[in-house]
Design a binder for this molecule. Structure first.
Ligand code: NAD
Length: 476
């Protein structure tokens, strides 16, 4: 039986415990009860981590591709061995069903193995020059990275934040969400146990604003990688501008799903219902605005309501549960606010709209239809188990609605018309689009958005290149 572990930071390979430091109460969202006390970094801890990261970069930038690959593939093997413990710890501190946290472990395994191969493919190019001259373009690691990972994918987010800098030859200081620290520590421990030098990757926790100001205020840090809300992302991008640090920003979305009358509606429903209630809707690429051709609107809405009612709600650790609690008390509060505002403005509440039980942060799977555009929920990312379903009469209006918001992370289209599939791919403004599919990721595929959803990519070769800079070398 997995026990929730005692908590610490990892600075210079040392497990730094609370001592006289401030602590943060980690809570099981299924019960609302405290399960651990997390030490928070003070300024001296952060200064120490920065100095270690500076040394770590000097060391790791000289590592061979084989050394980096060996650490990444070794960590992937350890993650498979520790899979069940990692998955249970993630479910305890984040709330998601075990089946989902097991998938997170395997996402990290896939990513680390892909990056292990990518280490040997960080090719530059040689320019065409007259005989006797040589000009090359080479890729070098950018330098120490400050990486901030949120709580919604407690294992996969840290995997992305650590894997890319390590593959590129950078050092990294990771501040993962204080709400889900043990999962992040578990991922880092696999890398350290696989032979990663202790100076190369560290984990700190703290008061987020203190940590980000301190790290980004240091010229030692050369890159910021952040996943979280657009509001915080804009704030951090401004801080990074002071030291001209490079940035990868994975921010919010408001996933449009276009469903046409020529689509396989049963398949669309099965996929969309599963996608919507996965991780209780707390997913940046969650399908959210369902933009449905009027001829199939009723069928689609009724099928979605049935799908919502089929969800089995409970602790993520219990067998058969398909939807756990929301991860923290801020989320049910946001759901109450957004749903009340929508119904006040005329939306139809088809099912859900209430909290479930009197302990933990459970929320009923919710469907709202005929939602007016001036409802806050049509603009603000709900980050919860709510589907918004509206009817439209033609393709142009459906595409216009998909592109209405300044977000552009993931979009989805359901249609059997090949020409229309191409039009959707061409005309929808987003970093990723799924056509008759919601599988829009993979270790080898760039993951990221446009406009207010951020910039840069994680995963794929692009994710490693984002931790590198080019240098042109001209020799006479
Ligand atoms: P939030 O916006 O305050 O925090 C989002 C994340 O940013 C958290 O992980 C938090 O620890 C971190 N953060 C906050 N302030 C920071 C700072 N000054 N410096 C560094 N990191 C900081 O609020 P929240 O309640 O945790 O989440 C609310 C919204 O954030 C959600 O509704 C959703 O829109 C968005 N979010 C997006 C993702 C994603 O995967 N893109 C993940 C989590 C949250």
């Amino acid at each position: 039986m997995t026990e929730y572990p005692s908590l610490h930071m990892i600075i210079d390979g040392e497990k730094v415990t609370a001592g006289s430091r401030r602590t943060f109460d980690v809570v099981n969202p299924a019960t609302g009860e405290s399960i651990g006390a997390l030490p928070l970094a003070d300024a001296a801890d952060l200064d120490r981590a920065l100095e270690v990261a500076r040394r770590g970069f000097a060391l790791w930038r000289k590592s061979t591709p084989q050394e980096r690959a060996s650490v990444l593939s070794g960590a992937a093997r350890l993650m498979v061995e520790r899979s069940e413990d990692l998955a249970r710890i993630a479910a305890m501190e984040q709330g998601k069903p075990l089946a989902e946290s097991r998938i997170e472990v395997m996402m990290n395994v896939g990513l680390f193995n892909f990056y292990a191969g990518e280490c040997s493919r960080l090719y530059g190019r040689e320019l065409v020059r007259p005989v006797g001259q040589r000009s090359t373009v080479r890729w070098e690691p950018v330098g120490p990275v400050a990486a901030f990972a949120p709580w919604n994918f407690p294992l996969a987010n840290p995997g992305r934040k650590l894997g890319a800098p390590i593959a590129a030859g950078c050092s990294v200081i990771m501040k993962s969400a204080e709400e889900t620290p043990a999962s992040a520590l578990g991922v880092l421990q696999c890398l350290l146990d696989a032979g990663l030098p202790k100076e190369v990757a560290q984990a700190v926790f703290g008061v987020p604003d203190e940590v980000s100001r301190h790290l980004l205020g240091s010229p030692i840090i050369r890159k910021l990688s952040f996943t979280g809300s657009t509001t915080v992302g804009k704030h951090l991008a401004k801080l990074a501008a002071e030291n001209m640090q490079r940035t990868t920003m994975e921010l919010g979305g408001h996933g449009p799903v276009l469903v046409f009358d020529d689509a396989d509606i049963d398949k669309a429903l099965e996929t969309a219902v599963g996608g919507k209630f996965r991780n209780c809707g707390q997913v940046c690429v969650s399908p959210t605005r369902f933009i449905v051709k009027e001829d199939v609107f009723e069928k689609f809405r009724d099928g979605f309501i049935e799908g919502a009612k089929r969800q089995v709600i409970g602790s993520g650790l219990d067998d058969g549960v398909t939807m756990g609690p929301m991860a923290n008390p801020r989320r049910p509060e946001a759901m109450d606010r957004l749903i009340a505002d929508a119904t006040d403005k005329g939306a139809v509440l088809d099912t859900g709209g209430t909290r479930v039980g009197n302990r933990g942060y459970f929320y009923a799977p919710t469907v709202l239809s005929e939602v007016p555009l001036d409802a806050d929920i049509m603009t603000e990312e709900p980050f919860g188990p709510v589907a918004l379903i509206n009817a439209f009469s033609n393709e142009d209006d459906m595409i216009a609605e998909a592109n209405r918001l300044p977000y552009g992370l993931a979009a989805y289209g359901w249609t059997s018309d090949v020409q229309r599939q191409r039009r959707l791919a061409d005309e929808i403004e987003s970093g990723m689009i799924g056509i008759n599919s919601h599988m829009i990721g993979g270790a080898d595929a760039p993951f990221g958005g446009v406009q207010w959803s951020g910039h840069g990519s994680e995963d794929g070769p692009e994710g490693v290149r984002a931790c590198m800079v080019v240098k042109a070398v001209h020799e006479g």
